[in-house]
Write a protein that binds this ligand. Structure first.
Ligand SMILES: [Zn+2]
Length: 447
């Protein structure tokens, strides 16, 4: 007889270990870990505090969003259908200059609520005032990899201050919220940070033994500018300064030469593929098939909710598959099972968390979601992977468990007051544009 805290019984289980589909499966958790997963017929007798009936439901590992800027929920829908540069310079940056630290908490909490409701249990975030994101994550019960962003505006001292803040955040919040928060350093990109700064970030990350989250080769224009300025492509430059490593998470990776892709593979750099945001801002298509063929680990990200415009990983999974098929004019590229791996176990690898999450295995953290398959659009089931990637949506998520705690059961969110979170975020979002911006506030805000 095994003693468990939670027992999910009579469900289909996709453990995401091989390609196995376990029918009449059960999952048992104790404290924060999975203690049994597999067929009911082979299971030991389990006595559990809490029993969840999984009939008609499919259990998969919680989804992993490898790249977002969570608090940008506040800017959802505020500037649509604009070119990247105009969008950033005329809307997003002026609004960000008006943000108060408390706003980040309101926006992040809304993002956490949206993620719980759509089955994301771990996410990687890069933004400002990450201490407020950490507090929202703690309250919501999610798991997150957080990086305080570093930009180097024209005033050199400001960049130094932002680096220091990013380091301070990493020191203070490493292992926060019962270990559910993992930290990284967050240099924004090659076009907003000098090579000097990036070399310093690399050194600090190695000293602190934390990863680095950076935007890489997102826009053709900035990629060309960098090449003109330095005579080398972005990845070549990063290699030259010793920046590349297995702890680097590079978001986008669209405009890469073959040589650069080989360098990413050589240094085991991890990639976040963000198909919806890339299409929406019309930045081009990352050559994911080529990267996978070279052995690069690729996870999937939504990017910020201002350029997506949601945090629904099911939409991003579908887009991830369709965009690659279209780009390569090849229907066999990125089959459904590969895509679900990218959103679970490969996403975990991209964040350096493959020993902790990303698959349903004994000894791993109990991060499990249940999908309600009793829906017209999920009937019939010939292929569970195909239904999840091509037919399902975030609203099919029924129950969410993170670290052995139930965050949502039968669509009822346990850790957050949904009405209050939405009301507060709506109010905050309406107030921000009305505030006056000043260079003083801008400096204060980002340092
Ligand atoms: Zn981004």
């Amino acid at each position: 007889m095994k003693e468990a805290d939670i027992l999910i019984r009579n469900c289909i289980v996709l453990p995401m270990v091989s390609g196995e589909v376990v029918k009449e499966g059960i999952i048992a958790t104790k404290n924060d870990e999975i203690i049994y997963v597999g067929k009911k017929s082979k299971a030991p007798r389990v006595k559990a505090e809490k029993i969840i009936d999984g009939h008609g439901k499919v259990a998969i590992p919680g989804l992993i969003n490898c790249h977002t800027h969570l608090a940008m929920t506040l800017f959802r829908g505020i500037a649509e259908d604009q070119p990247l540069e105009k969008w950033l310079k005329e809307t997003i940056w002026p609004l960000e200059a008006k943000l108060k630290p408390k706003d980040i908490y309101d926006g992040a909490l809304l993002g956490c609520l949206e993620m719980i409701k759509s089955g994301t249990t771990t996410f990687a975030d890069m933004y400002f005032h990450e201490d407020h994101v950490a507090k929202a994550v703690e309250k919501a019960g999610l798991r997150a990899v957080l990086a305080q962003g570093i930009l180097e505006p024209d005033i050199k001292k400001l960049g130094e201050k932002m680096l220091q803040n990013s380091v301070n955040f990493a020191r203070k919040y490493k292992g926060y919220a019962d270990g559910r928060i993992i930290v990284q350093l967050g240099p924004h990109s090659l076009y907003t940070c000098s090579l000097d700064m990036l070399a310093k970030v690399r050194q600090k990350a190695s000293e602190l033994n934390v990863g680095i989250h950076i935007h890489l080769a997102e826009s053709e224009e900035t990629v060309n500018e960098t090449k003109q300025k330095h005579g080398l492509a972005e990845v070549e430059l990063l290699e030259r300064i010793g920046f590349l490593g297995s702890d680097v998470l590079a978001a986008h990776c669209i405009h890469l030469t073959e040589k650069e892709m080989r360098l990413l593979a050589k240094h085991n750099v991890k990639v976040s593929y963000n198909p919806v945001a890339n299409m929406k801002i019309a930045q081009g298509t990352a050559k994911i098939k080529d990267l996978l063929d070279l052995g690069v680990t690729v996870g999937i990200g939504t990017d910020g909710p201002a350029s997506n415009n949601n945090l629904d990983m099911f939409q991003s999974m579908k887009a991830a598959a369709l965009l690659q098929k279209q780009y390569y004019k090849d229907t066999t590229v990125l089959p459904a099972q590969t895509v679900l791996k990218m959103a679970t176990i490969d996403g975990a690898k991209a964040l350096g968390l493959e020993k902790t999450v990303g698959s349903l295995e004994v000894g791993k953290k109990a991060d499990v979601i249940l999908l309600d398959f009793k829906k017209p659009h999920l009937t019939p089931v010939h292929d569970f992977y195909a239904n999840i990637v091509y037919s399902a949506g975030g609203s099919d998520v029924d129950t969410v468990i993170v670290d052995g705690k139930i965050l949502m059961e039968n669509k009822d969110v346990k850790t957050l007051d949904e009405e209050m979170v939405m009301l507060k975020a709506q109010k905050t979002a309406a107030n921000i544009p009305k505030r006056k911006a000043s260079i003083f506030k801008f400096i204060k805000n980002f340092t």
